[in-house]
Design a protein around this ligand. Structure first.
Ligand SMILES: Nc1nc2c(ncn2[C@@H]2O[C@H](COP(=O)(O)OP(=O)(O)OP(=O)(O)O)[C@@H](O)[C@H]2O)c(=O)[nH]1
Ligand SMILES: [Mg+2]
Ligand SMILES: [Zn+2]
Length: 324
């Protein structure tokens, strides 16, 4: 993870630390001041945060704090010995989690306005994965955007049209992209301005490569897809936030198969399916699996053509797999 910061960023951090130390020596009051900052990344216990004047600073969290993640707004204090500590985490608008070891949820990124779901032409997009990502996105109260990357590898527009057909009527835009098509990157950029977006998707779909193309001078490490398996090698190991030139931030995240859908309630899943959110009626049984039960509002919605066959299938599958 430490390697992901550019040489320039490392140098900057060192310089800033010295500057802060120097300012402390001149001004004893500096120790009590709380400096607002945004967390760029964390590795191990260490956090790299950006102060309002854009300076990066390395700090450790105070012991009583919960885990701090990329995108967090924090308050930093410089101690007498010159060390910087995170004194407080400001209230979060949202917190995205992913399963860690043993299925325990681990916080991954905070204060997200938009989740960009990245699929690739090869290996083929998985609509069940898209629907799970969308349930998580809706429950974060974030916008969802779907990318079909590696369009240069597509033989025709069939994958793109089937994704557009399924998701655009629900209000999600589907953008075709390729790191070798500058126009598509420009179009993507227009969707990223003035908000904090996170790129999510399986390993190897091109999340880091897309950010590299958006920000050519950051030099982000990009993995190779192994020719034999078609699967990506894990390259990105922690989330990291980058600024976009026209305003707005973008977070690169490691390939994740699932977000925190564990312990999601059936109501949260229904909320995550925008076409089912405002069902006219309720299912007769509160634990309805929308399968063979009578008086089922979801089956009625399906019969009325409110939800597609594929999304209906995925809805039931998510309820079955993730809710108890
Ligand atoms: N042909 C083609 N290859 C691409 C495109 N975008 C990314 N790639 C390649 O796909 C491979 C994986 O890209 P990464 O950016 O490392 O993928 P990632 O999603 O960041 O993967 P993780 O960090 O492991 O989650 C690299 O070899 C990229 O060069 C694209 O638009 N077209
Ligand atoms: Mg990556
Ligand atoms: Zn039902």
């Amino acid at each position: 993870m430490a390697k992901k910061l550019t040489q320039q960023q490392h140098r900057q951090i060192k310089e800033n630390q010295q500057k802060h130390l120097a300012s402390y020596e001149q001004d004893e009051d500096a120790t009590s001041e709380l400096l607002p900052a945004r967390v760029i990344t964390n590795y191990g216990k260490s956090i790299i945060a950006e102060l309002t004047d854009k300076q990066l600073i390395r700090c450790l969290p105070r012991q009583n704090l919960e885990q701090i993640v990329c995108g967090d707004n924090v308050l930093i204090q410089i101690l007498e010995n010159g060390d910087a500590v995170v004194a407080a985490i400001q209230a979060r608008d949202s917190l995205l989690k992913k399963p860690g070891f043993g299925g325990k949820l681990k916080p991954m990124a905070a204060n997200i306005d938009q989740v960009v779901i990245v699929m690739a032409v090869r290996p083929q997009p998985n609509p069940y994965l898209i629907d799970r990502y969308l349930v998580a996105t809706e429950n974060l109260h974030a916008d969802g955007l779907i990318l079909l990357n590696k369009m240069d590898l597509a033989e025709d527009d069939s994958i793109l049209s089937s994704l557009s057909e399924e998701y655009e009527k629900l209000g999600y835009q589907v953008l075709p992209t390729s790191i070798s098509d500058a126009k598509s990157i420009y179009r993507l950029q227009q969707h990223l301005n003035h908000k904090t977006s996170i790129l999510v998707g399986l390993s190897g779909v091109g999340k880091s490569a897309l950010i590299n193309t958006l920000l050519p001078d950051q030099n982000i490490r990009v993995g190779e897809v192994s020719a034999a398996s078609g699967e990506g090698t894990h390259t990105t190991t922690g989330s990291i936030l980058y600024h976009l030139p026209e305003g707005g931030d973008i977070i690169d995240s490691p390939g994740v198969r699932d977000f925190g859908l564990w312990n999601t309630s059936a109501d949260d899943v229904t909320y995550g399916f925008v076409e089912l959110r405002n069902l006219p009626g309720h299912c007769k049984f509160s634990d309805c699996k929308h399968d063979i039960e009578p008086d089922c509002a979801v089956k009625d919605a399906y019969a009325a053509g409110e939800i597609s066959e594929q999304r209906f299938k995925h809805y039931k599958k998510i309820i079955q797999e993730y809710t108890s």
